[in-house]
Structures are given as C-alpha cells and as structure tokens.
Design a binder for this molecule. Structure first.
Ligand code: DOR
Ligand code: ZN
Length: 412
C-alpha cells in the first residue's frame, strides 16, 4: 500500500490518499497536488523501424517524466502496423523493451488502415484502440484517400464497433499546393502547402462518412478554426465525433518558423494566432475532447536538413503536463479541464479499463525547459529555454513510484 499524506486534490482539499501497491511506503504530499496520471492519446514511439529516433525504453522514461502512464501509439512504423501479424510482432517488441527499463507503461496500439489490408481489420478488432486513417500522406507510407476506400473503412469500422481516428488533410489540395509553391524554400511555406483548406475538406469528408455509416470518429490534431466549427456543428447534430488538440497547436503559432525553422515543421502545420484562439475556445466549450501530444521525435540532424528534406514532427510527451500546468497558472484552463482533456474523456470514449495511477505535481515549481535534460532519445523540443510554472514531481504507475524530483518517502 502507498499512502500519500496531506496531499491536495484538484479542488485544493487536503487528505491522505491510499493506492494499492506491493510496496509499503508513505509519501509526504504536503504542498503537492495529486492528479490522475495522464493518457496521451497520440504518440509515435517509432518501433519497429526507426529506433534511432526513439525506442520504447527512452519513450517510456519520457512518458513517466511527464506524468503520462497510458499511451496510444500510431501505426506508421516500418513495417507498418497493418496486419494482425505485424501487430503481434510490434506488441512482443514493446513488451521486451518495456521490461528492460522496468516501466510497465500502459499502452494501446492503433491499427493502420491500408487499401490492401481491409480484411485484417476485423481480425484485430479486440486488440487495438482504433483504426488510424491517414487521409493525407505524412511521415511513412500509410494513405487512404480515395472515396471508395474511405467508404469501406468507415463501413467496416461501424460494423465492428471500432473508432476511426483520422489525420484529416486532403491529399489532392496538398499536392496541388506543393506544385504551386515549389520554388519557395523557407520552412514557413509548409503552412501554405498544407493550407487550412486541406484540413477543412478532409474533416468535412470524414464527418460526412461518420454520419452516413454511424461510425465513431476522432479528428486528430485539430489545428484550424474551420475544423472546430465543423466538429462543433456535427456534435450538435448528434454525430459521434470527438476531437483532439496538440500542445504545439495550442502553444506555438506560425510566427515560430522564424526562430525554430524546420524544427516546428509538423503535419498538420502550425497555424495563425486566430486559429490558435479558436482551439482555446474549443477547449472552453468542450468541442475538444482530448489533448494528445502527437509526440513525433526525429533526430536533430534530420530536423536540421533544409525544407523539403527535413521530416515533419515535434516531440513533447514529457512537457505536456508542465505546459498545461503553466497554462493553468496563467488562467487559461482549470485543473478539472486538464483532468478531462488528459484522462477521463479518453477513458470514456476509448472505453479504457479504470485504474488508479496518479501524478503528484508541484503547482508552484518554476523550471526552465532544458533540452539536455529530456529523456526522449531525440533530446530536443521546441520549448527549450522557456520557464514553465507547475511540474510533475512523482508518477505512480501500477503501484510503482517513479520520482522525478526528490520526494520524502518512508517505509510503512
Ligand atoms: O508531423 C507529423 N509527424 N505528422 C504526422 O502525421 C506523423 C508524424 C511522424 O510520425 O513523424
Ligand atoms: Zn501523429
């Protein structure tokens, strides 16, 4: 049994909290706040195939450092997770890697939709958290952009009662814009090529399909006001549509190409301040259900290549909670909203097993983000140098204590 003494809950009430554990330890929680550990609904932990960018050992350490004890991992691996066989190979590899770092991270895998393997979907039904559909191409080879193929996936998912999570960017619009802007070399052209129109068109198409077949649909990494409006209207019509936002779309905007260049090249791209504002309104009116990091590590060497050769993606799993607590300290959202967006809504929508993992946070601790201290293998973030107020100090996963800052522990 773990007892956390004199700890505050998210409403500020102080009490002792008991957590089932094979260890008998008491933790002094005075001055700390206990929150449910986070679910990160969107990560790319890169194995199999790209372990030079990240592996499940380093990624699990980064997750714990950020108070995250559950992750949903994306299928754009090599080989991609598009068959039952590949799914089993991926699971075996992950279990082996997690055991080497002694972190029994809770994880769920996405099945990747691929036009040639639709018959594999029902076979994987009870073993995946959902089906990931790349409607526009991004990192990796997965793409389903033909209307007929999309109709089939949405129909299969509905009949199997599986959720579809979409990367909603229209392939045709992206490829036309790529030609149109082919002479531009500044990384900021990325936001012109992957224009808001591409996100709007694909999101509208996905919502129409969900409505037609009764499919449960999640729009991943919403980045534009147009998407927010479409999802808000669809929810009001009773469509079973859910929405995710990422920290980079909430905390960075397209002016940051100036200082960060291809480091902040990401799909969908960074947007204008008015889009960012629409996301925050979407948080306030519950249009947005989850915040997932889209943790997409690439090495610094890869990211320092010129625009056109640099890969897209931003890592952030261990900074999600500090960024949100900092936003809380600036009055942008409440602790209740953080809990909903990073745990309870995902548990409901994705029907997760309940558990009692928690993270102890120091709401007043101020620290500067230092890329050199990050646990992610890629060792960089777009937040380097920023002072954030509110940090996790201890994560408890399956009754195991992981100290981030020194906490006072005693044997019971
Ligand atoms: O920027 C991105 N990076 N967007 C994606 O859709 C994939 C991700 C990655 O895997 O690198
Ligand atoms: Zn992603």
């Amino acid at each position: 049994m773990i007892i956390i003494k004199n700890v505050r809950d998210h409403q500020g009430n102080v009490s002792d909290i008991e957590i089932e554990s094979s260890h008998n330890i008491s933790i002094d929680g005075a001055g700390l706040t206990c929150l449910p550990a986070l679910v990160d609904t969107h990560v790319h932990f890169r194995e199999p195939g790209h372990s030079h960018k990240e592996d499940w050992g380093t990624a699990a350490q980064a997750a714990i450092e950020g108070g995250v004890t559950t992750v949903f991992d994306m299928p754009n691996n090599n080989p991609p997770c598009i068959t039952l066989k590949n799914l089993h190979l991926k699971k075996a590899l992950i279990d082996k890697k997690l055991s080497t770092v002694d972190i029994p991270l809770r994880y769920h895998l996405y099945f990747g939709a691929d036009c040639h393997h639709f018959d594999e979907i029902p076979k994987c039904r009870n073993q995946v958290v959902g089906i990931k559909v790349f409607m526009g191409s991004s990192t990796g080879t997965l793409l389903v952009n033909k209307q007929n193929d999309l109709e089939r996936v949405f129909e299969i998912a509905a009949s199997e009662d599986m959720i579809i999570s979409v990367h909603a960017e229209d392939e045709e619009i992206i490829s036309q814009n790529s030609k149109k802007f082919s002479s531009e070399t500044d990384p900021s052209v990325h936001s012109k090529i992957r224009h808001p129109d591409a996100a709007k068109a694909a999101t509208a198409q996905a919502i129409a399909l969900a409505e037609k077949y009764g499919t449960r649909l999640c729009i991943l990494h919403m980045s534009t006001k147009e998407e927010i409006e479409l999802v808000r209207e669809a929810k009001a019509r009773g469509v079973k549509v859910y929405a995710e936002a990422t920290p980079h779309h909430l905390f960075l905007d397209d002016s940051r190409y100036r200082d960060l260049g291809t480091k902040v090249q990401v799909n969908p791209p960074l947007r204008s301040l008015s889009d960012q504002e629409a996301l925050w309104i979407g948080i306030q009116d519950d249009t947005i259900d989850f915040i997932g990091t889209d943790h997409a590590p690439h090495t610094l060497e890869e990211k320092q290549r010129p625009y056109g050769s640099a890969p897209s993606g931003v890592p952030s799993i261990e900074l999600l909670l500090p960024l949100l607590l900092n936003a809380y300290n600036h009055g942008l959202l409440t602790l209740e909203q953080i809990i909903k967006l990073t745990r309870t809504r995902a548990e409901e929508v994705f029907r997760l097993e309940p558990h009692s993992d928690v993270v102890l946070v120091d709401l007043d601790l101020e620290k500067r983000v230092d890329d050199g201290q990050l646990k992610t293998k890629c060792q960089w973030s777009p937040y380097h140098g920023q002072v954030l107020k509110g940090w996790p100090v201890c994560t408890i996963l399956k009754g195991n204590i992981y100290e981030i800052e020194a906490v006072q522990c005693q044997k019971l």
